[in-house]
Design a binder for this molecule. Structure first.
Ligand code: BES
Ligand code: MN
Ligand code: ZN
Length: 496
């Protein structure tokens, strides 16, 4: 998709369709109003006739304007002006792109940066247009020999006044970088487990690094991890024929001595549960257990594309979790890189086993903060559903910064407590800690487990089990979350 900024007059633009807004009291957006006046009140007449009320996400196409150079106008309902939130704005954008897709329109010009939303500038609106449009035109075809019909929409211009053009340009470059990062994350996530193995993820990380002047990559093999004492991580991969990889991407956009933000993403390319085998129904979706890792790769690519003037390290422990004669058994005790011993009471709680060693490894980078992201617990879906990602951490400032970024990015988070009382649930008679904490508060006890390995730095954990992909049915597919949130957090840090 080609995205651009256009400052020329609306009736001078080369496009198949101009997108304009209308509120529920039938008030027109500034661009809708000027087009209406240039075209003998064509929009007003349709409103008068009752063809569009302006309810949010309502659409109406005017596909013939006999006395105009404009080919088509797509009217988008915005709802009540006073109630137009960021979320409703995105919803209206999404209805616009759905309409364009079904109408098989090839190019469109979006004027909706002219819509007022509280506290949102042209940068934010431009970015949202690109993120929402790009998300909607993603189509996974890699493993299909009979391809779905291609999407016709290939060019989006965003129309803007001269004085707002600089703001919109920032939004354009951020939006394109983030949208591309999400595309990469979604593609890696949607690829099945027999394609997207730890080795494949490592190869893709190498490609990402080679596309940037400021990024280097290091892939640690099982022998390297052995030497580092990563007994917990390696115990998970022992049950798999695929060799584990520890992927380390190092983006140096900032001063040499400035401490990096370290992102750690769970890269379980298939989670069968191990000897504590998962039930069969829906098990295919455990190919998505690498979404944390894929989001780290997508975010680093976006940060590099935006040339952010900060240092960022991405760490992706990647493995499969399979049943095998050599796999972990319930009751096994393993020794982590940090030296803590772990009793594995359920081999399906493997994410924390690979993350704990990666989190210990993160210390080597002298991090400013560490943020891990993982499809860690089914319990997070029970607690929060598929709307926000779960947030837990040992530092209020970091958690609040992440919540601020999540609100700006419309990629929501909800914080859960990490109180010491919960640590009781991880007690073991045979090791320093157990890898499960019973039925209650599963998301919290999983984070409590991780917190034992993150005491030396400011740390936050995102449980993305409910947000990284859409489950089941026709809509099944990766979302690219939380790339928008993490990108926003990094943009905010770069601006601070
Ligand atoms: N990858 C799963 C978590 C998961 C399950 C994410 C379903 C999204 C949907 C994780 O490795 C896991 O299996 N967790 C167990 C932990 C339990 C054994 C304490 C779970 O959530 O059931
Ligand atoms: Mn599991
Ligand atoms: Zn898992």
């Amino acid at each position: 998709m080609d995205y651009s900024i256009e400052t020329s007059a609306l009736d001078k633009q080369q496009t198949d369709c101009i997108i304009v807004g209308i509120y529920e009291n039938q008030q027109l957006s500034p661009s809708a109003d000027s087009i209406d006046k240039l075209n003998q009140g064509v929009i007003s007449q349709l409103i008068e006739r009752g063809d569009i009320k302006g309810k949010n996400s309502e659409t109406l196409l005017i596909n013939h304007l006999p006395n105009s150079s404009i080919e088509r106008i797509l009217l988008i309902g915005l709802g009540e002006k006073e109630k137009l939130t960021a979320k409703l704005y995105r919803k209206a954008l999404s209805s616009a792109v759905t309409a364009l897709k079904s109408l098989k329109i090839k190019s469109a010009c979006c004027t909706l940066v002219d819509i007022e939303i509280k506290d949102k500038n042209a940068t934010w609106k431009t970015r949202q247009i690109i993120e929402v449009f790009n998300d909607a035109i993603y189509l996974f075809q890699n493993t299909k020999s009979i391809k779905d019909p291609a999407i016709d929409l290939a060019k989006i211009s965003i129309s803007i006044s001269d004085e707002l053009a600089p703001e919109a340009e920032t939004g354009l470059s951020q939006g394109i970088a983030i949208a591309k990062g999400m595309d990469l994350t979604k593609l890696l996530a949607d690829l099945p487990g027999n394609y997207c193995t730890p080795t494949y993820l490592a190869e893709q990380a190498t490609v990402i690094a080679s596309n940037s002047n400021n990024m280097s990559v290091e892939i640690l093999e099982e022998s390297d991890m052995e030497a580092l004492g990563m007994g917990s991580f390696l115990s998970v991969s022992r049950g798999s024929r695929q060799p584990a990889k520890l992927i380390v991407l190092n983006y140096q956009g900032g001063a040499k001595d400035s401490k990096p933000v370290v992102l750690v993403g769970k890269g379980l390319t298939f989670d069968a549960g191990g000897i504590s085998l998962k039930p069969g129904a829906g098990m295919d979706e455990m190919k998505y257990d690498m979404c944390g890792g894929a989001s780290v790769l997508g975010t680093l690519q976006a940060a590099a594309d935006m040339n952010l003037p900060i240092n960022i390290v991405g760490i992706v422990p990647s493995s499969e979790n399979m049943p095998d004669g050599d796999a972990n058994k319930p009751g096994d005790v393993v020794t982590s890189m940090a030296g803590l011993t772990i009793e594995i009471l359920n081999t399906d709680a493997e994410g924390r086993l690979i993350l704990c060693d990666a989190l210990t490894y993160a210390k080597k980078f002298n991090p400013e903060v560490v943020i891990d992201l993982a499809t860690l617990t089914g319990a997070c879906l029970v607690a929060l559903g598929r709307v926000p990602s779960g947030l837990l951490g040992n530092d209020d400032d970091l958690c609040n910064d992440l919540i601020d970024a999540s609100e700006t990015a419309c990629d929501s988070l909800w914080r859960l407590p990490l109180w010491e009382e919960y640590h009781e649930q991880l007690k073991s008679n045979f090791a320093d800690l157990a890898n499960i904490g019973g039925r209650d508060a599963g998301t919290i006890t999983a984070a409590c487990f991780l917190s034992r390995f993150t005491e030396d730095y400011r740390w936050a954990h995102l449980d993305i089990a409910g947000t990284a992909w859409r489950s089941g049915g026709a809509n099944k597919g990766a979302t690219g979350r939380p790339v928008p949130l993490l990108s926003q957090y990094l943009i905010d840090r770069a601006n601070a």
